[in-house]
Design a binder for this molecule. Structure first.
Ligand code: ADP
Ligand code: MG
Length: 270
C-alpha cells in the first residue's frame, strides 16, 4: 500500500486501531489531493494561491480585521520575504497558510489542495506533512539529541527517513557533525538550523518562518540566512519568511509588504 509521499523508505503499520485510522484518513486525504492535482493539470508551477482571504478576530464592537482581502500566488521554489509594521497581519497570514488557523472568508490552495475542504484531522496531517513552520524560538526538545529532534515529525508518524535525504538536509544546514549533541550544547544559530532541519524533514511544500532570526545576533542571523538560502538552492525549497530586518528581506527574491491586512507591495527582485 504505497500511499505516502515524501522521504519515506519504510512504513511500520502497527495493527493498532489508532494507526489504522490514521492511515485511512491519509488515504482519503491523499486520494482527494491527487484528483485535485490531476483536474488542475500539473503543469502549473504554482504552489500557493490565496483568493480574497480575510481574517476577522473577535465579535461585535471589538472586532479586528487582521487580513483584509489577500490575493496571492507563489510559485514552487520562490524565496519570499514578508515585511510590514507590527500588527499588519504577517503572523496571521502565515498561520492561515500553514493551516494553523482558518480564514473568515476566502480560499487558500497549497500544492493543489484547497485547505477549506479539510476537517480537523486532515488539517493536522496537512500541517505535519506539507508545511514546515519555524518560529523565533526553536522549540527543540532539550532531552533529545539533535538527530532525534530532527526526526521527531517522522517518529510521530512511526516512519523512517530516507537516509540520503536526511544526510542532504543536515549537510545543507551545516549540522552533520553535531547530530549526537544535545540542543543546549549548540549556539543559537545552530539550534535554529536544527529547527529548520526538523521542518524540512517531511519535504514540505512550503517552509513558513516567522521572524526566525528575531532572537539571534548578527553572526548567527547570517548563519541561519545562509542555510535557508542553501536549502532553497540545493533542495529547491519554497520559503516564506516574515522579517522586520531589512537586510534579511533583501536576501529574498521577492518582497511582499503588508499594511493593515492588505498587500501594498509585491516586488520581484531578480
Ligand atoms: P504581525 O505579525 O504583522 O505583527 P498579527 O498577524 O500578529 O500581526 O496581528 C494582526 C492584527 O490582528 C493585530 O491587530 C493583532 O492585534 C490582531 N490579532 C492577532 N491575533 C489575534 C487574536 N488571536 N485575537 C485577536 N486579535 C488578534
Ligand atoms: Mg507577528
Amino acid at each position: 500500500m504505497d500511499i505516502i509521499e515524501g522521504p519515506v523508505t519504510e512504513l511500520s503499520f502497527s495493527s493498532g486501531i489508532m494507526e489504522y485510522r490514521k492511515t485511512e484518513e491519509w488515504f482519503v486525504f491523499h486520494k482527494k489531493y491527487s484528483t485535485d492535482r490531476q483536474r488542475k493539470g500539473d503543469s502549473s508551477m504554482e504552489i500557493l494561491r490565496c483568493e480574497g482571504v480575510r481574517k476577522v478576530y473577535g465579535l461585535g464592537g471589538s472586532q479586528v480585521t487582521a487580513l483584509d482581502g489577500i490575493d496571492l500566488s507563489i510559485e514552487k521554489g520562490e524565496f519570499v520575504a514578508v515585511v510590514g509594521a507590527s500588527g499588519s497581519g504577517k503572523s496571521t497570514l502565515l498561520h492561515i497558510l500553514g493551516s494553523v488557523d482558518r480564514p473568515t472568508d476566502g480560499k487558500v490552495i497549497v500544492d493543489g489542495m484547497d485547505l477549506s475542504g479539510l476537517n480537523q484531522t486532515q488539517a493536522a496531517i496537512f500541517r505535519r506533512r506539507k508545511v514546515g513552520l519555524v518560529y523565533q524560538f526553536y522549540n527543540l526538545i532539550p532531552t533529545l539529541t539533535v538527530r532525534k529532534n530532527i526526526l521527531m515529525p517522522l517518529a510521530l508518524d512511526k516512519k523512517k527517513p530516507s537516509q540520503e535525504y536526511f544526510e542532504k538536509v543536515v549537510a545543507s544546514l551545516g549540522i552533520a557533525d553535531r547530530l549526537e549533541a544535545m540542543p543546549n550544547q549548540l549556539s543559537g544559530g545552530q539550534q535554529q538550523r536544527v529547527a529548520i532541519a526538523r521542518s524540512l524533514i517531511y519535504r514540505p511544500a512550503l517552509l513558513l518562518a516567522d521572524e526566525p532570526t528575531g532572537n539571534l545576533d548578527q553572526k548567527n542571523t547570517r548563519e541561519v540566512l545562509d542555510m535557508l538560502k542553501l536549502s532553497h538552492r540545493n533542495l529547491g525549497q519554497t520559503i516564506l519568511i516574515i522579517t522586520h530586518d531589512e537586510n534579511v528581506a533583501l536576501e529574498a527574491e521577492r518582497i511582499l509588504t503588508l499594511e493593515d491586512g492588505r498587500i501594498i507591495g509585491d516586488e520581484r527582485r531578480r
